[in-house]
Design a protein around this ligand. Structure first.
Ligand code: SAM
Length: 274
């Protein structure tokens, strides 16, 4: 295979199981002039496993802005480059956005070699509605910002998908229960395609308790999926209660409830005590 001159190939790599590298991804990595990688040592190990020997260029969040212009110049001069990240699909909570947008702006051909991504892998096995979903990436690390983000999502009707790390999964689940309620259906997909793959499903409260009770369930990499609020009426009540709790901090309860009911469309009597 001879990759087209001057093309940036955006190549997905495994999220755990190396056998998930596609034959076309392998062909592309073998054939390009150089491979831009988030962590060159990590990618070198992947390439060594497959016997690929191509020059590696570091492209990570700290140097991307500066390196992108140089890479676009190389592409414009006719080189073919591949972009990979440490795992899964580049640009999905990973570097590459600046390079891809700079390449597009310069009229360079950007071509995908699709493959693994934790979000799609998790969604495909979760059993939650997947016709519409919203990918929220990583939640903020700071507790106050995380709670605010979750509160703003409480009325979302689509399935919510979050990436989470082992350090924060327990806290994130506690905050999800507070924001969405213990009864919301949820799925926690851990270590997908790896030795300790586990997919827990149930209610948010049950998942939170399971993770709290078993330290093993806090190890590894996670995708957390939370079902959206059931129907429009339920969504309005969730939104109305959220509004009420904010307004009641500044207004008499009856005024807060009247305004929250008006804005959200939820029945006023449903908003007290929510
Ligand atoms: N670009 C990657 C993709 O396409 O999925 C995601 C990169 S992001 C920096 C890493 C996060 O993805 C992890 O913290 C975790 O939330 C999720 N993740 C990656 N691999 C995973 C796996 N094997 N099982 C579950 N989640 C995973």
């Amino acid at each position: 295979m001879q990759p087209a001159a001057g093309t940036l190939h955006v190549v997905a790599t495994p999220i755990g199981n190396l056998a998930d590298l596609s034959p076309r991804a392998l062909d592309t990595l073998r054939a390009v002039d150089a491979i831009c990688a988030e962590d060159t040592r990590h990618t070198r190990r992947l390439l060594a496993h497959f016997g690929v020997d191509r020059p590696l260029l570091a492209l990570h969040e700290h140097n991307e802005a500066e390196v992108a212009a140089r890479l676009v110049a190389r592409l414009a001069a006719g080189e073919s480059l591949a972009l990979v990240s440490d795992a899964g699909t580049p640009l999905v909570s990973d570097p590459g956005f600046r390079l891809v947008s700079a390449a597009r702006e310069a009229g360079i051909r950007v071509s995908p070699v699709p493959g693994p991504s934790a979000i799609i892998a998790a969604l495909s096995v979760a059993g939650l509605p997947s016709d519409r979903f919203t990918f929220e990436g990583f939640l903020p690390a700071k507790a106050s910002a995380r709670r605010e983000r979750l509160a703003s999502l409480a009325g979302e009707t689509r399935t919510l998908v979050f990436y989470e790390s082992s350090h924060r999964i327990a806290d994130a689940l506690v905050d999800c229960v507070a924001a969405f309620g213990a009864e919301r259906p949820a799925v926690l997909a851990r270590e997908l395609t790896k030795l300790f793959e586990t997919v827990l499903d149930g209610r948010l409260g049950e998942l939170q308790a399971a993770v709290e009770a078993d330290a093993n369930q806090r190890k590894g990499e996670f995708v957390l999926l939370v079902g959206g609020v059931g129907d429009d009426a339920e969504a309005k009540v969730v939104q109305g209660r959220l509004l009420y709790s904010k307004l009641a901090a500044h207004l008499p309860p009856s005024t807060a409830a009247k305004l929250a009911a008006e804005i959200s469309g939820a029945p006023r009597k449903e908003l007290y005590g929510g």
